[in-house]
Design a protein around this ligand. Structure first.
Ligand code: PLP
Length: 396
C-alpha cells in the first residue's frame, strides 16, 4: 500500500509485559504440571456484581424488549438519571459539580486515551511509574513527554519542585491513588499541584479510578482543592469501585470554567469530540451504574471493597514483618514493593514463580522508574492471598 501511517507508533515501546508474564508462567507450568500457582498479578476485579446492580440491569433489559419502554441511541454524554446520580455522588464526597460538566463514557481508559484529541502538541508531564495509557496515547499524538520519576524517597509521589527547569504550560497527568504504586497524594500535595498548574497555565488530568479504595483522610476528588475547576479534568471509572471491568462504564468531569488562552471551552471541545466519535453507553449499563451509586449499591459495594482491603492489609502486614519496603495497600488494592536483595523486577518475578509459585507484575512494565520494584494485587481470593503470604514469609 502507498498510504502513510501514523509513524508516531514507532515511538511506542512494544510492551510485552503481560504476554511475557504469560509465557514464563506457561513454561513453568509445563515443567511443573501440578504446581498450585497463585496469581496476584492481575489488575482485574474478581468478585461478582451485587444483586442490586444485576437486578437494575435485568430490569433495563426487559424495558428494551417492550415497545412502550424501548430506547434507541442513548444521549452521547449520558442519560440525565446517571449524570444526576454522579452529581449527587460528588455531593456526598463534599464536592459540587454541575450536571453539564459530567460526560458518561464506556470507561476511564477510553477517555484517558481520547482526551488528546482536543489538545494540541503540549509539553506533557507524567509521573513514572504509572498506568501506561498516558505515555502511549501522547506518543501516538507526537507529543514530547517529561517523565517525573517516583522513588522511595518521594514515596512515589513526585512533586512540581522535582520537574526539570524550563517547562512552562504543560498537560500534567496525576493518578491518585496510583496504579501501580498504590501511593496517594494528600490534600496539601494536591494543593501544590493545583497552584503549580494555575501559575503556569497548565492542565491537570486527574485519574481517579481508585478513589473508592481511599481509607485515610485524603481528598476523594481533585475538585476538593480550591482552584481545581480552573485547571483540572477528572476521569473516573466504575471498574474497580463497582466491579464493572466487564460491564464498561466511567465518567469524565470537564468544568465549564476550563478555557484555553484563545477562548475555547474544553467542555465544548469534548462535547464535539464525543458527538463525532462516540455514540454513548448502553441503557442497561447506565441503569446498572445508577444502581451502583444508589444507597443500597454503595453499601453492597463497600463489602467488596472491604474484602479486597483485607487482602491488601494481609499482604502489607507480612511485608512489614519481613522489613520489605513498600508503598500502597492502604488506599489502594495495589502493593508496590522493593525487590529484596537488590534483585531486578524480572529476576524477582522468576524467583517468586519458581520458589513460591506466586505470579506478580514486574515494576519495570510501568516505566523505567519501576525497575527493582514489583506489584502485588489484592484482587485475589482471601484464601489464596493468605496462602501466598505464607509462602512469601517462608521464602523471604
Ligand atoms: N486508570 C487506571 C489508573 C487504571 O489502573 C485503569 C485500569 O486498570 C483504568 C484507568 C481503566 O479503567 P476502565 O476499566 O474504566 O477503562
Amino acid at each position: 500500500m502507498r498510504i502513510k501511517i501514523n509513524n508516531n507508533f514507532d515511538r511506542i515501546n512494544q510492551t510485552y509485559l503481560f504476554s511475557n508474564i504469560a509465557a514464563r508462567v506457561r513454561d513453568y507450568s509445563k515443567g511443573h504440571p501440578d504446581a498450585d500457582i497463585i496469581r496476584l498479578g492481575i489488575g482485574d476485579v474478581t468478585l461478582p456484581l451485587p444483586s442490586v446492580i444485576t437486578e437494575a440491569m435485568q430490569q433495563a433489559v426487559l424495558e428494551m424488549g417492550s415497545a412502550e419502554t424501548f430506547r434507541g441511541y442513548p444521549p452521547e454524554y449520558g442519560y440525565d438519571f446517571l449524570k444526576d446520580a454522579i452529581v449527587s455522588h460528588y455531593k456526598d464526597l463534599g464536592v459540587n459539580i454541575s450536571s453539564s460538566s459530567v460526560f458518561v463514557s464506556d470507561g476511564a481508559k477510553s477517555d484517558l486515551g481520547n482526551i488528546v484529541d482536543i489538545l494540541g502538541n503540549n509539553e506533557i508531564i507524567i509521573p513514572d511509574p504509572v498506568y501506561p495509557v498516558y505515555v502511549d496515547s501522547n506518543l501516538m499524538n507526537g507529543n514530547h513527554i517529561n517523565l517525573l520519576p517516583g522513588n522511595m524517597d518521594n514515596g512515589f509521589l513526585p512533586m512540581p519542585d522535582e520537574l526539570p527547569s524550563g517547562i512552562e504550560a504543560a498537560v500534567i497527568y496525576l493518578c491518585s491513588p496510583n496504579n501501580p504504586t498504590g501511593a496517594a497524594y494528600d490534600q496539601e500535595q494536591l494543593e501544590t499541584w493545583v497552584s503549580y498548574a494555575i501559575d503556569t497555565g497548565s492542565l491537570i488530568i486527574y485519574d481517579n479510578a481508585y478513589e473508592a479504595f481511599i481509607s485515610e483522610d485524603l481528598s476523594h476528588s481533585i475538585y476538593s482543592v480550591p482552584g481545581a475547576e480552573e485547571c483540572a479534568i477528572e476521569i473516573c471509572s466504575f471498574s474497580k469501585f463497582a466491579g464493572f471491568t466487564g460491564v464498561r462504564c466511567g465518567w469524565t468531569i470537564i468544568p465549564d470554567t476550563l478555557i484555553s488562552e484563545d477562548g475555547h471551552q474544553l467542555s465544548a471541545l469534548w462535547s464535539r469530540r464525543q458527538a463525532t466519535k462516540f455514540n454513548g453507553v448502553s441503557y442497561p449499563v447506565q441503569r446498572a451504574a445508577e444502581a451502583a451509586l444508589s444507597d443500597k449499591g454503595i453499601i453492597e459495594l463497600q463489602k467488596n471493597i472491604d474484602y479486597y482491603r483485607r487482602n491488601a492489609s494481609t499482604i502489607a502486614s507480612a511485608l512489614d514483618d519481613l522489613a520489605i519496603r513498600y508503598t500502597g495497600g492502604i488506599n489502594s488494592p495495589y502493593i508496590w514493593l522493593e525487590c529484596p536483595d537488590g534483585l531486578g523486577s524480572w529476576d524477582f518475578f522468576d524467583k517468586l514463580l519458581h520458589k513460591a509459585q506466586i505470579v506478580g507484575t514486574p515494576g519495570e512494565g510501568f516505566g523505567q522508574a519501576g525497575e527493582g520494584f514489583f506489584r502485588l494485587t489484592a484482587f485475589g481470593t482471601y484464601e489464596n492471598t493468605c496462602k501466598a503470604v505464607q509462602r512469601l514469609r517462608k521464602l523471604l
